[in-house]
Write a protein that binds this ligand. Structure first.
Ligand code: ADP
Ligand code: MG
Length: 167
């Protein structure tokens, strides 16, 4: 399976990575204009890592690079924040406060997670193995003052995205 490992020595490195990921995916999936796309696909990106590893930092920059220009709140308490750019929905989930693996289903998130648009999920491990396979799974870990990101692909879209990131 395709994977990418990056050393992110400081916050700006994390922001650069998030920006590049968004730009790459945008071009890959939507070409030049989302308005012209007939069927908007469903893309899932999961983000794992301890508190403070940088999941929200990366998600926020990703959303900005995708064109979200309203305030981006952390969904720690709301569990889900929804954004719309042109015809594209972007869903930012945070499962940190869940205690049982199927809480995300009880919360009514199954349909949203799988609907057309881009779903980003912090703390997917709270759902254990009950979540659908993501296109990309980003694993963040501490590395001294900085972070290391491992990005793994699980679908053809995810593999294509990592190939483009490397190119
Ligand atoms: P999480 O959502 O994983 O709990 P946050 O994104 O809320 O983490 O917080 C991450 C913290 O670490 C922020 O204070 C941010 O400035 C900092 N940070 C993000 N990326 C890096 C990095 N690559 N190196 C060092 N600090 C970082
Ligand atoms: Mg967070």
């Amino acid at each position: 399976t395709e994977q990418l490992e990056l050393i992110l020595p400081d916050e700006s490195a994390s922001l650069n990575f998030a920006h590049k990921l968004a730009i790459t995916l945008k071009k890959q999936i939507f070409g030049l204009n989302v308005v012209l796309l007939e069927n908007i696909p469903n893309i899932k990106i999961y983000l794992s890592g301890d508190l403070g590893a940088g999941k929200t930092t990366i998600t926020r920059e990703f959303l900005k690079a995708f064109g979200v220009n309203t305030r981006i709140k952390s969904p720690t308490y709301t569990l889900l924040e929804t954004y719309k750019v042109s015809r594209l929905y972007l869903y930012h989930f945070d499962f940190y406060r869940f205690s049982n693996p199927l809480d995300w289903v009880d919360a009514g998130f199954k349909e949203t997670l799988n609907s057309p648009g881009i779903s980003l999920v912090e703390w997917p491990e709270m759902a254990q193995d009950t979540l659908p396979v993501p296109d990309l799974h980003i694993f963040l870990s501490y590395d001294g003052e900085g972070r290391i990101a491992k990005i793994k692909a699980f679908t053809n879209e995810g593999i294509e995205c990592i190939k483009r990131m490397k190119a």
